[in-house]
Design a protein around this ligand. Structure first.
Ligand SMILES: NC(=O)c1ccc[n+]([C@@H]2O[C@H](COP(=O)([O-])OP(=O)(O)OC[C@H]3O[C@@H](n4cnc5c(N)ncnc54)[C@H](O)[C@@H]3O)[C@@H](O)[C@H]2O)c1
Length: 411
């Protein structure tokens, strides 16, 4: 018996490796032919999973585009994307596509778990009818559960093993089945009464972050006008040992989760005549941040008597967060676009992102520029040397907090 993983991205591939390292045989399925080909050759496309780690479990892993092979597995964990469409509404296309495929291959006695982030009711109202086209009944002939992924790319202190795993089955027996399977790779399990509780719990976690980031970003814009150092404010507030949780301001929210997932709930809430105002407001404030950063860049250049047009601006760090190369919804991309619209001569340095084809740019070594802007603070970048070399610096990440230097400005 083996574990099947459907969708081999940021979520699916770490699961493959975790189960294989725990001694399970794992079948990884993805519709992306190139990804599967790379994995078959032992090449990882996910930074958190070095190729060597993948190669070390090669004997216990099989990668394929053939979903039919899932028929033989004991459990199937579904980790496909849940994006928004052009109208910023949930696009369940990949998820429903995967469910339709599974209906043709699932076997009696299997466990199916959805890990993709989505609105409450997806598992019961959307997956069940499609999976039951197999002729098997959910909760009776096969077990079904929702268990949200909580992986934080680039993070090493909290992993799949030591991050508690929430599990909500369609029935108590479904939950018990899923707990048994996850118990092989997770130290702590959190059973909840329904898939809907698990679905909404994951969204609450993401909305909590989005709202708090927006709060501190709004205060950063106000503090800027008031001439108060927001970084010193946050450091001071964070000394309170209770009733406060630290969030840092920044150039905006990126990644596949925070700018996207909360709007799954916003969409669903309309069905219940509810407007999720916190989510909308947080999205609005966070989306405004790249424009505020542009204004700060203009002001920094202005101090040196320069317009944006033809100024050489070096963006330091373009991925959405430190330590990873993920560009999804990265605020740096918006900042570059805005600077280019104004005629800025933009270059970038990012050890995790060798090129930005959409801008025709390749990462350069920190070079001669009029202004260096720290947008994402990767740990391996020598910011001290970069600051020494640049004539003017704008720090959007608080790397230079406390530094009193006329050429350095902060968010
Ligand atoms: N990336 C994160 O940090 C993170 C954290 C927690 C939860 N999530 C959630 O997990 C889910 C997956 O996210 P991700 O970041 O791993 O996405 P991803 O884009 O990195 O990976 C998804 C993979 O699924 C494949 N796929 C698409 N449709 C398929 C199908 N029908 N059958 C088989 N494979 C298919 C894609 O080719 C891709 O390789 C999303 O719902 C996301 O919100 C992501």
């Amino acid at each position: 018996m083996s574990i099947g993983i459907v969708g081999l991205g940021y979520v699916g591939l770490p699961l493959v490796v975790a189960f294989a390292e725990a001694g399970e045989d794992v079948l990884g399925v993805d519709v992306d032919v190139a990804k599967v080909a790379g994995l078959k050759e032992g090449r990882s496309h996910i930074e958190d999973i070095p190729s060597e780690r993948l190669q070390a479990v090669a004997e216990r892993t099989t990668f394929t585009t053939r979903a039919v092979d899932l028929h033989e597995t004991e459990a199937i964990l579904v980790c496909v994307p849940t994006p928004l469409n052009r109208n910023r509404e949930p696009d369940l296309g990949p998820l429903l596509g995967a469910a339709r495929t599974l209906a043709g291959v699932i076997a009696a006695g299997q466990l199916i778990v959805l890990e993709s982030t989505t609105f409450p009711g997806t598992t019961r109202d959307h997956l069940v009818p499609l999976l039951e086209e197999s002729g098997l009944e959910a909760g009776k002939d096969f077990a079904l559960a929702f268990s949200p992924e909580r992986v934080d790319p680039g993070r090493t202190d909290y992993t799949l093993a030591n991050t508690p795993k929430i599990v909500g089955g369609l029935t108590e027996a479904c939950t018990a089945r899923a707990l048994e399977v996850y118990g092989r790779v997770c130290d702590e399990l959190v059973p909840v009464s329904t898939p809907e509780v698990a679905e909404l719990a994951k969204l609450l976690e993401n909305i909590f972050r989005s709202v708090n980031i927006a709060l501190v970003n709004e205060l950063a814009m106000l503090a800027d006008r008031m001439g108060i150092d927001i970084w010193e404010v946050v450091d001071a507030a964070a000394t309170k040992p209770f009733g406060f949780m630290r969030f840092e301001p920044g150039p905006g929210m990126g990644g596949h989760c925070l700018p996207v997932d909360p709007f799954y709930l916003t969409w669903k809430a309309r069905e219940y005549d509810m407007v999720t105002e916190f989510i909308e407001l947080a999205g609005k404030v966070n989306k405004q941040m790249p424009y505020f950063c542009l204004e700060k860049i203009e002001r920094s250049l202005n101090e040196a008597g320069r317009p944006v047009k033809d100024s050489r601006i070096l963006i330091v760090g373009v991925s959405y967060k430190a330590g990873v190369g993920d560009l999804r919804e990265a605020p740096a991309l918006k900042i570059i676009e805005l600077l280019r619209d104004r005629g800025g001569d933009v270059a970038y340095h990012d050890p995790h992102v060798p090129e930005l084809p959409q801008f025709g740019l390749r990462s350069v070594e920190p070079a001669d520029c009029d202004l260096a802007v720290i947008v994402t603070a990767h740990p391996e970048v020598d910011h001290g040397a970069m600051i020494d070399a640049a004539p003017s610096v704008l720090d959007l990440r608080g790397m230079t907090r406390g530094l009193r230097d006329a050429k350095v400005r902060q968010l």
